[in-house]
Ligand binder design. Structure first.
Ligand code: 6PG
Length: 469
């Protein structure tokens, strides 16, 4: 991604010097890169002091390296060569709390530190990523004109916003990734329904998902899912040859950890993370005993996909009829993410414009989608809305365009296919909309065994305790 960003800067006539630490096997990376793109007139350097020497002052150094210790080590290497007013930009997927610490430490050294989320993978970095920078207003004035040139464009605007101070940029990128996990898992569940409920081929599923493109489902992740479903190797679907164990690099985990510690529920995102973890769980190595119902998926004993579900069992629920259901679930994943950003903004004192965040995710990033147009509209009309689902725009959309999804959800849910993210999203939605929850029983149980007290409907401000026996 570093190489792609460098090429992107150079293509916008921003003079760029490049450097890579000469790790074993990477000694020629810079020389080869500079030679390959000689038209870009990159400045290259033999060593770190030479690199720093070549930069105009005040210097602006962008790091695109592994998050964690390597960032601290790199800052330590750079510091002795820097002068007051120089700027370091960390464009990797760093933990926002590390960014807050680095921002404070470097302030003491009079070095500007910018934590900058960048999304879009290598291609996005080259052609136009979505960029989430944060730092001082001085850094903002200096950097934004350059970032606006290299960012993706959507709806006539660059997909970059100065999102706040210290760790805000990396926080928003982290939440972006949490939503990415949920969105990917939901599409995987749509694939599971097509495959395991209807026994459709991957190209049939791709055809069905193609229909979704004319709706707010239209998104980068839907596009790549269709491409993947259609991809063949030696005449066979490559997807079917891929081991069903998913990895993760940690940003989804951070999203869930931070959400839980802030007291923000993100069940759809959490279900997506859990499913990745569960996919690699050792317990999956042990087949259930013969006769134990296995659910509808690959049959453990015969390694066969089950026959399609008959119409009487609910097999008439085609993927097309699940369009609204999945639309709602994807909207809920976004709502969870924005809810988390709102809470974090309060805790960390960031002034975050929600509509601006939705706008910068409209292009260049992995979760770019047409649904974000609706989110922008909702937050533009009600910037201080307590929750995305509580805005008039979204309520009207759900009422008029999605309607009641309980029937298709009920039908699919009984098919035995694991649908963790879809179920989590539906439960979140139902819980938010329930006039009264059975959670009163939890309060009674807590009071029963721990005298934790409860409040009453007829006296909400007092604490009550009952000797239950
Ligand atoms: C992006 C991506 C990118 C990467 C993540 C997720 O916005 O360009 O989110 O940051 O794909 O590292 O990776 P994992 O799925 O491995 O956690």
């Amino acid at each position: 991604m570093g190489k792609s960003l460098a090429r992107n800067f150079a293509s916008k006539n921003i003079r760029t010097a490049v450097y890579n630490l000469p790790f074993k096997g990477e000694e020629n990376v810079v020389a080869d890169f500079v030679a390959q793109y000689s038209d870009s007139n990159f400045l290259s350097a033999n060593d770190l002091p030479d690199f720093i020497q070549k930069l105009e002052t005040p210097r602006c150094i962008l790091l695109m390296i592994k998050s964690g210790d390597p960032v601290d080590e790199m800052i330590e290497k750079l510091l002795p060569h820097l002068d007051s007013g120089d700027m370091i930009i960390d464009a990797g997927n760093s933990l926002f709390k590390d960014t807050i610490r680095r921002f404070e430490d470097l302030k003491e050294e009079e070095i500007e530190f910018v934590g900058m989320g960048v999304s879009g993978g290598e291609e996005g970095a080259l052609k136009g990523p979505s960029i989430m920078p944060a730092g001082s207003s001085f850094a903002e004035r200096r950097l934004m004109p350059m970032l606006e040139k290299i960012a993706a464009q959507a709806d006539g605007q660059p997909c970059v916003r100065w999102v706040g101070n210290d760790g805000a940029g990396h926080f928003i990128k982290m939440v972006h990734n949490g939503i990415e996990y949920a969105d990917m898992q939901l599409l995987a569940e749509a694939y599971a329904i097509g495959k395991n409920v209807h026994n459709h081929s991957n190209s049939q599923i791709a055809d069905e998902l193609e229909q979704w493109k004319s709706t707010l489902h239209n998104s980068y992740l839907l596009d790549i899912t269709i491409d993947i479903l259609r991809y063949k190797e030696n005449g066979e679907s490559l997807l079917e040859q891929i081991l069903d164990v998913a990895g993760h690099k940690g940003t989804g985990l951070w999203t869930v950890q931070e959400a839980l510690s802030l007291g923000v529920p993100v069940p759809t995102i959490m279900a997506a993370l859990n499913e990745r973890i569960l996919s690699g769980h050792g317990a999956r190595e042990y087949p259930p005993s013969e006769g134990v119902p296995e659910g509808r998926g690959w049959n453990f004993h015969s390694n066969q996909t089950p026959p399609p579900v008959s119409p009487s069992e609910g097999g008439h629920v085609a993927l097309g009829q699940c369009l609204g259901l999945f639309l709602l679930a994807r909207l809920i994943a976004l709502a969870e993410g924005f809810d988390l950003i709102k809470s974090a903004a309060k805790k960390y004192d960031w002034q975050i414009d929600m509509a601006a965040v939705a706008q910068l995710w409209r292009g260049g990033c992995i979760i770019r989608s047409d649904m974000l147009k609706l989110v922008i509209e909702a937050f533009e009309k009600e910037p201080d809305a307590p929750h995305l689902l509580a805005t008039q725009t979204i309520s009207d959309f759900i009422k008029n365009e999605i309607g009641d999804v309980s029937a298709p959800f009920g039908e699919i849910a009984k098919m035995g296919v694991p649908l963790p993210a879809l179920s989590a999203a539906m439960n979140y939605y139902k819980t938010l909309n329930a006039s009264y929850l059975s959670i009163n029983l939890i309060q009674a149980q807590r009071d029963y065994f721990g005298a934790h007290t409860y409040r009453r409907l007829d006296d909400r401000d007092s604490a009550f305790h009952t000797e239950w026996k």
